[in-house]
Design a protein around this ligand. Sequence first.
Ligand code: SF4
Length: 931
Amino acid sequence: MAALPLPAIHVSHAGCWLRDAGTGGNEDAMTKTVGKGAAITAAADTPMLMLNAPLLASRLGYPDLSGLDLLELYAFVHPARFIVPTPHGLARVLELREPVGEEDVPALLQAAAGALLERCAAPDWPEREGAWTALQSLLRQRWSWAPLLAARIAKPERAERWLFTRLPEWNDAPERPQPAQIVLAEGEVADRLAQLTGDGAETRPGQRAYAAAAAHVFAPRQPNANGADARARMLLAEAGTGTGKTLGYLAPASLWAEKSGGTVWVSTFTKALQRQLRRESRRAWPESSAGGSARADGSPPVVVRKGRENYLCLLNLEDALQGGFSGRAGIMAQLVARWAGYTQDGDMVGGDLPGWLGTLFRQRGVAALTDRRGECVYAGCPHYRKCFIERAARDSTQADLVIANHALVMINAARGRDAAARPTRIIFDEGHHVFEAADATFAAALTGVETIELRRWVIGPEKGSKGRRRGLSARLADVASYDDASGAAIAAARHAAEALPGDGWLQRLQDHAPSGPVEELLGAVRAMAYARDESGHDGGYGLETEAAQLDSDFIERAGAAQAALAAIRQPLMRLGVRLEALLSEPPDWLDGAGRARIDGARHSLGWRVDLLSAWESLLARMGGAADPRFVDWLAVERGDGREYDVGLHRRWLDPMQPFAATVLAPAHGVMLTSASLRDGTGPAADDTGWASAIARSGAGHADITPRLAAFDSPFDYAAQAEVLIVTDVPRGDIPALAGAFGRLIEASGGGALGLFTAIRRLRAVHGRIADRMAREGLPLYAQHVDPIDTGTLVDIFRDDPRASLLGTDALRDGVDVPGHSLRLVVMEQVPWPQPSILHRARRMVHSAGGQAYDDRIIRGRLAQAFGRLIRSRGDRGHFVILSSALPSRLLSAFPSATPVRRVTLDEALQRVAGGVSGQGALLHRDPLAES
Ligand code: SF4
């Protein structure tokens, strides 16, 4: 395998390495260490081989860096194939020798480029189809790899089929009958569990009991003796890490689906758990590849279902390929098209499209290829029969198991297109997040960003913007031309939507020159937020103020905006009624495709009408008394020193109220499960701590008394883990904080996850220690610093046991790294809740008082963060908090056997360097923790 004789560059926090092309076919090429200045000059002069150009650019501080990026080549040669985008990851997938030191990386890049190009020349290249055609476009677009590939990819003898003809069509299937009413016997659930765990698996009594408890939610719903509506069967099940929850509930779920012919939905909060479920579901549906066809009729029994904004919209892609995207964005569209031909399900966010592909192109082009704005034309789309979104929606109605996320389950229950396809048996895994998912789902935000989206949905894009995006009248052109009433309603809505903010709204607000009633209101919101600001922050953080004590000028503007919104809503409602009538008594001109298009439009119309109503009711209250069910406030969103949104916000004081009405009331069986459902993680036998879990499940609002079950973790926390509270790192002292992080990472030899509550401190710590760590062979990655998406950062961290990762909230939950790669978690401080208006309102109504409310939140966060550390029986590690201000009452967040020690930094370093032995651990348990 010949290396590609082109110069190569590698840059890390430890330094820069250049390798020349050599003269005689690369054998005499030399690698040398250079300074940043020399590296920039060399890269600007000659196109160089590199891996992840944006990452190199950020490390060099030279944003214009470009060259022959191996990741782009990989995306072309092996679309939809996983890779950890590091030199080691590249070496492994190509079966090349892994670099020993960083100085070996440039030679690896030359070898990898040669290997990838060679694969394209091989006759058995599995991803050949479509490559030649894509390459012709990429040559025209002057993609730097195109000439090198052109020399190796021969023109096929027969013309290649166009991507959009290659993709398979979905099939319509008849509606599934109602599931049979069955009761699962304990013995058969245990047998199914044994079958799933496999012959050689260790017996886990906790898992068996857990599976038996989970079966409860599949029992038939019974009428109420007092004549009230029947209630869902509901179970709250807390199961310590290691119980084997996933197979525990998949056992009764798969059995029920098989015997009843019904569909079970499993909902998660994180993508990491979705991936795990996808893997584990294969044990229950063995022939399935979780999305591949397994049944005789070709339908998949297991479907991963996400919000439509996650999937590739083929019409948007076609538009991008035909000139909608140009320059670098056009190249990205070609690489996405390569992926579209090989993807399992068209999922662009967390599916098999590499997360790093979007960041390589340094823009939000990937999002523009999804259907984020609800502009789908349904049956009017030439790709409708191949559409990934339609396929996932259809497949999920026929599936035994649908893997979804909390937000989608709630949105589907609230405004699903097809009532018959709404979930009725639901398992919410990561159930401790249901409250916050409901909080976000049932929120209303009347902001500049939201209103401009609505304007574009009604009117279409502003003049001069590229692309296919069309407004309502263009999407329903045929209806408008045949049906006068519809045409008039569309024209009226279009006219009224001119009152919504348009392009440049934020600048106009900043210039005190708003245009139209809604912008004028937003201008007043912005002025009010600044006038009342007492935070002392200088542009780095958002501003918010209560929607209270508003002056008459503000109230007048709110009234004018409310009237403007009503003027949009009314014709949209008239249009909805008219479309309903056309569907119930179809005129001659309405064909099947037209019907489907109207059906789709009616649905998206319905939720825009709901959105406008929610905004109007928020504005209606501005001049009067507050509605005690809601918390309303005004906000200016800011980040990195600039404003990005302005508006009014409304949240339910208790979002489980709408959750109960939309999800629990119509359901037949619902389970909420998590490792931390109760407040505190005491032993299962201790039945305290349930009150908050029940309150946060929404059961009370639906008049349900849920069953409760708790299962202890089988892990030996006394021997496997240790909590260290470091008492001598001064609060607010960034150099001391950075020093502590650096020394802890050195003591553990990497494998550390650092959790921050403020991005500013994260960046400051990273900036101070990253270079030193890298020189010691301990790579340090960071969210909000490295231009890499979070999922890929976790992949990189998992892959390299010497790497460490710094991050914020998202990492507290989304990281599932069993084994040696994660052996130290460091929290920079106690994760206090943000003192926001919403937080204050909820704190005030908490039955046990404000401090108890805060304590529960902090314990929950500590438990989640600690939960990252010990993922399997073999795991060992330390959990360090760099703050002496951790009150003992919060220590019940940790599993009860875990030793907790208050120590100096020096002692902590010794303990971390020595590893967790478990020797005498309980003797050293912090006496305060027992109180
Ligand atoms: S049916 Fe809608 S979402 Fe699907 S490809 Fe067509 S326009 Fe896009």
